[in-house]
Design a protein around this ligand. Structure first.
Ligand code: NAD
Length: 322
């Protein structure tokens, strides 16, 4: 395999750390940038040593230019990825996703980058009643986060047309796996439920629990993202779903975790949250056709690996690591 120079933005985050480790294991040269706006600065020392790290925000044109210099391929993950946080602070959400992306695209177009792969989100589909979600569906964002992700996609597509910058936006569907933060008000549902249930607490579900999500293991997301960055065909600002292609309800998630953890905890049901979509399921035919993507980690196995990574043999300490 040809070795390339990669930039990973948001490299200290959940998905970024998985991608970073894979790229380094494959022998690529990697630079990362992160401003620790959602990840913990203390985790800096847990990052691999054999890559170049820049601390700073992509919204700063000088940092973005320094980060992009000499780079062949960019994996752009930096963002504040939370629907409720974006409802509380839409400006912060737009700064991190939209301004950060435009600053990065402009720097990349000037510097001869070969391709940018950026993380978009299934949230751009919003409340469309049609399942599975196909890339040609009209987007119907329900939150500032989803609107910002859609804007990111459109900027990438415009830069492909006007500035010849090859790019692709991957619409990730509910990513989970080892290393996802289980704490705090914006924790994702899988690590949050594991933390609560392992501690003997009932998980809280917003709504009746029959809403579905396409839970996708982070190993599949990392493989798809790196694959998209290296595939030889031009991608010209395309958008592509990256999911498991299977829908699971939150009630099923709680049942499965009860089985894995050996608990018997009934969920507590609360009022649905604004901005949340009812059902989500990816059509992954385009990912298969253009990228050769096929998910490889089954839901239950992915949950078992996540639980093991959080507690391992040391007991239910709540410590997690990737
Ligand atoms: N986790 C999911 O289920 C999911 C689903 C759909 C899309 N995504 C997208 O995938 C990407 C990665 O998500 P994640 O779960 O790893 O999130 P994360 O919060 O763990 O990581 C994001 C990282 O980006 C950094 N960051 C944010 N704004 C920045 C800026 N302006 N400059 C530099 N660094 C900045 C944060 O400090 C953090 O380390 C995001 O773009 C997110 O929108 C994630």
């Amino acid at each position: 395999m040809r070795q390339e120079c990669f930039l990973v933005t948001g490299c200290a985050g959940f998905i970024g750390r998985h991608i970073l480790r894979r790229l380094l294991a494959d022998g690529h040269s990697v630079r990362g940038i992160d401003d620790f706006s959602t990840s913990d600065r203390k985790t800096r020392k847990e990052l691999p040593r054999n890559f170049e790290f820049i601390e700073g925000s992509l919204c700063d044109p000088e940092k973005a230019a320094a980060a992009i210099s000499g780079i062949d391929r960019v994996i752009h993950l930096a963002s504040i990825p939370s629907v409720p946080r974006s409802l509380e602070n839409p400006r912060e959400s737009a700064m991190s996703s939209v301004i950060g992306t435009v600053t990065l695209l402009d720097a990349a177009a000037r510097s001869g980058v070969r391709r940018i792969v950026q993380a978009s989100s299934s949230s751009v589909y919003g409340d469309s009643p049609v399942l599975p979600r196909i890339e040609s569906d009209s987007p119907r964002p329900l939150s500032p986060y989803a609107a910002a992700k859609l804007a990111q996609e459109q900027y990438a597509s415009v830069f492909a047309k006007c500035r010849g910058l090859d790019s692709v936006s991957l619409r990730y569907f509910n990513v989970f796996g080892p290393g996802q933060n289980p704490n705090g008000p914006y924790a994702a549902v899988v690590p949050k439920f594991i933390r609560l249930m392992a501690g003997g607490k009932r998980p809280e579900i917003y709504g009746d629990g029959n809403q579905t999500r396409d839970f996708t293991h982070v190993d599949d997301v990392a493989a798809a993202t790196i694959g998209a960055s290296l595939v030889s065909r031009p991608l010209r600002g395309e958008t592509i779903n990256i999911g498991s292609g299977k829908g699971r309800s939150l009630n099923e998630l709680a049942t499965c975790l009860n089985e894995i953890l050996g608990t018997c905890l009934e969920p507590v049901y609360a009022r649905p949250r604004p901005g949340d979509v009812r059902n989500s399921l990816a059509d992954i035919a385009k990912a298969e056709r253009l990228l050769g993507y096929l998910p490889s980690v089954p839901f239950r196995e992915g949950l078992e690996r996540t639980v093991a990574s959080m507690f391992g043999k040391k007991g239910k300490s709540g410590k997690f690591s990737v």
